[in-house]
Design a binder for this molecule. Structure first.
Ligand code: C2O
Length: 577
C-alpha cells in the first residue's frame, strides 16, 4: 500500500500522525467501561410486617439493584415504566457535568416517564469515588424505588486506606404498611402532617424487633480479626437516623462519594440522602452483634416513627449457641436518644476532608436562604382540606418562597427551548424580610408565597450559601441536597448566623465535601462551591414530606464560553411533556 510505506507524502504523514493521536487518546480511556442496564419499573407483591403490598419496584427487586462501577465509567440505563404511576429516576450525588438531562427530578430536568414509556439515562462518573445511590424522584415513589450506586477507584488506583477484603452495603429505609403514594395523597388532601412509617429497614428488612420479620433479618457474616467496609446509605423517606453496632467502633473514611480523614465513632448520624463509608474491624469475642438504626428526630411536638431496625453482624466462629434460631442472644447496641443533637453535632464535626482542599475564597455570590416549615391559612379553617395545626395547611419554604413544580413542562426544557411562563429567575438571594429566625417568630411571617423561582448563577461564579433554619412551626434539622454539585461545608452553628463572627470561624482548610448537609435544628450551615456545571439544578430538603410542601428552590447556572462550558443537547428520547 503506497500510502503508508513511510516514504512520506505530506497528507500521508498527516494521516499517520492522526492515527497515533487517536490511538493514544483511546488507550487513555481503555480502562473506562460502559455499563448497560435495564430497569423495569413494576408492581410486585412484597410482604413485610405480616402483610403483602403491591409494591413499586425495579425489576421486581426491593431494594432495587445495586449499580457497581469504577470512576470514569459510563452508565446507560434504559428505564421502562410498567407501573401505573408517572416516574423518573435520580442518580443522587452524580455530578452529571453539562448533562442535566440525566439528572432526573420530575418537572425540573425532565417530564416524567409515563406508564408504558421508556427513557434511557446516559451519564459518566467523573472524579467521584465512594458510595452514592439512586432513587425515584416523583412524589413518594422513592419509598420503595431505590438502590445503591457504588463507585470503585479506577483500575489500579487504590483506596486511601488498606483495601478491605469484604464490603457490605447497608441501605437504611422506611417501610409503610400501606401504599406510600396513598399516604402522600391523604396528606396532600387534608393539609395535615403525613402518617409516619411503620418500620425502618436494613436492606429492605425490618429485623427482629418487628412482627413477622425475624425470619428475614439481614445477616452480615464476618471473619474474626478482619476489617470490612460498610457503605451506609440513608435512603429513608423522611427521617434522619442514628446507626450503631453493638460493642464495635466504626472508622468513617468517606461521605457522599468523597474521602474523609479517618475518625472513629460509636455512632453514625445520617440524614436522608447522605452516605457514610466506615471501616469495621471484627475485634470482639466471636458472637452475634446487632447493628441497629432508629430516628434522630429534631422536630418538636411532631409524631415520628420511634421503632428500631436491626441486622446481625455474625462472626463465623461464633459458638453454636449464638447461631441461627437463637438470634435473641445477639447484643443490642446503645443508640443515642431520639433528640440527641449533641451527638449528631459531634458526629458531623468529626467529618473532614483528608487534607487541605481548594475552597473558594473570593465569593461572587453571597446567598442567605432561610429553610423551614410554614402554615397556609384557610378561608374555612378545620374543613376537610384544612386539617393542619389550628385549621391550617402545612407548607414549607426557602426565603419564604414555597417551591411549586411545573405541571406541563420541565424547567430545564422550558429554559432550553426558551418557553416562557414556566418559571421565573427572581428567587431572592436573601430573605425578603429579616427577622429573628430562630426566636419567637410573629404569626404574620408564617405563611409563605408559592412560586417556581430560580436563582441565576454565572458560569464559574464562586458561591456561598448560608442555610438558616427557622423556628416557624418548629425548628428542625433539614438535610439539604444540591443536585449537580458537591460543596464544601465550611461552617455550622446554632441560633442565627452572624456574618462577622461566624465567617471568621469558617474551616477553609479541610472542610468535608458533600452533596447533602443538615441545616442544624434552630441553627445554620454554610457551604461553598464553584458554579462550574451549567444547567438547572434543584436544591431541596431531602425529607420528602418537606420537599413536597415546597422546601426547595433551583439554580439556573448559565453556560460559560464554548461547548465545553455549555449544556449538551437533550437526548432524542427525553420524555415528552
Ligand atoms: Cu436524592 Cu432531589 O434527591
Amino acid at each position: 500500500m503506497e500510502c503508508c510505506n513511510l516514504n512520506v507524502k505530506p497528507w500521508c504523514a498527516f494521516f499517520l500522525l492522526g492515527f497515533f493521536v487517536m490511538f493514544a487518546f483511546l488507550s487513555s480511556f481503555a480502562d473506562a467501561e460502559t455499563h448497560y442496564h435495564e430497569f423495569v419499573i413494576e408492581a410486585k407483591p412484597v410482604k413485610r410486617l405480616c402483610r403483602t403490598h403491591s409494591t413499586i419496584t425495579v425489576n421486581g427487586q426491593f431494594p432495587g439493584p445495586t449499580l457497581e462501577v469504577r470512576n470514569g465509567d459510563s452508565l446507560v440505563i434504559k428505564v421502562l415504566n410498567s407501573a401505573r404511576y408517572n416516574i423518573s429516576l435520580h442518580w443522587h450525588g452524580v455530578r452529571q457535568l453539562r448533562n442535566p438531562w440525566a439528572d432526573g427530578p420530575t418537572y425540573v430536568t425532565q417530564c416524567p416517564i409515563q406508564p408504558g414509556a421508556t427513557y434511557t439515562y446516559r451519564f459518566t462518573i467523573t472524579n467521584q469515588e465512594g458510595t452514592l445511590w439512586w432513587h425515584a424522584h416523583t412524589n413518594w415513589l422513592r419509598a420503595t424505588v431505590y438502590g445503591a450506586l457504588i463507585i470503585h477507584p479506577k483500575l489500579g488506583s487504590p483506596y486511601p486506606f488498606s483495601m478491605p477484603k469484604r464490603e457490605y452495603t447497608i441501605l437504611l429505609g422506611e417501610w409503610f404498611d400501606r401504599n406510600p403514594m396513598d399516604v402522600l395523597k391523604l396528606a396532600q388532601f387534608t393539609g395535615a402532617a403525613p402518617n409516619v412509617s411503620d418500620a425502618y429497614t436494613i436492606n429492605g428488612q425490618p429485623g427482629d424487633l418487628y412482627r413477622c420479620s425475624s425470619q428475614e433479618t439481614v445477616r452480615f457474616p464476618i471473619e474474626s480479626g478482619e476489617t470490612v467496609l460498610l457503605r451506609i446509605i440513608n435512603s429513608a423517606l423522611n427521617q434522619e437516623l442514628f446507626f450503631a453496632i453493638a460493642n464495635h467502633k466504626m472508622t468513617v473514611v468517606g461521605v457522599d462519594a468523597a474521602y474523609t480523614k479517618p475518625f472513629t465513632t460509636n455512632v453514625v448520624m445520617s440524614g436522608p440522602g447522605q452516605t457514610t463509608n466506615v471501616l469495621l474491624t471484627a475485634d470482639q469475642p466471636p458472637a452475634h452483634y446487632y447493628m441497629a438504626a432508629r430516628a434522630y428526630n429534631t422536630a418538636m411536638n411532631a409524631a415520628f416513627d420511634n421503632t428500631t431496625t436491626t441486622a446481625i453482624l455474625e462472626y463465623k466462629s461464633a459458638p453454636c449457641s449464638a447461631k441461627k434460631g437463637q438470634s435473641s442472644k445477639s447484643i443490642l447496641p446503645q443508640l443515642p436518644g431520639y433528640n440527641d443533637t449533641a451527638t449528631a453535632t459531634a458526629f458531623n464535626a468529626g467529618i473532614r476532608s483528608p487534607s487541605q482542599v481548594k475552597v473558594p475564597t473570593d465569593i461572587d455570590e453571597n446567598l442567605f436562604f432561610t429553610v423551614g416549615l410554614g402554615l397556609n391559612n384557610c378561608t374555612r379553617p378545620n374543613s376537610p382540606r384544612c386539617q393542619g395545626p389550628n385549621g391550617t395547611r402545612f407548607a414549607a419554604s426557602m426565603n419564604n418562597v414555597s417551591f411549586v413544580l411545573p405541571r406541563t413542562n420541565s424547567i430545564m426544557q422550558a429554559y432550553y427551548q426558551g418557553a416562557p411562563g414556566v418559571f421565573t429567575t427572581d428567587f431572592p438571594p436573601v430573605p425578603p424580610i429579616q427577622f429573628d429566625y430562630t426566636g419567637n417568630v410573629s404569626r404574620g411571617l408564617w405563611q409563605p408565597v408559592p412560586g417556581t423561582k430560580l436563582h441565576k448563577l454565572k458560569y464559574g461564579s464562586r458561591v456561598q450559601i448560608v442555610l438558616q433554619d427557622t423556628s416557624i412551626v418548629t425548628t428542625e434539622d433539614h438535610p439539604m441536597h444540591l443536585h449537580g454539585y458537591h460543596f464544601y461545608v465550611v461552617g455550622s452553628g446554632f441560633g442565627n448566623f452572624n456574618p462577622t463572627k461566624d465567617t471568621a470561624n469558617f474551616n477553609l482548610i479541610d472542610p468535608p465535601k458533600r452533596n447533602t448537609i443538615g441545616s442544624n435544628p434552630g441553627g445554620w450551615v454554610a457551604i461553598r462551591f464553584v458554579a462550574d456545571n451549567p444547567g438547572v439544578w434543584l436544591m431541596h430538603c431531602h425529607i420528602d414530606s418537606h420537599f413536597g410542601l415546597g422546601l426547595a428552590m433551583a439554580f439556573l447556572v448559565e453556560n460559560g464560553v464554548g461547548e465545553s462550558q455549555s449544556v449538551i443537547p437533550p437526548p432524542a428520547d427525553l420524555p415528552p411533556c
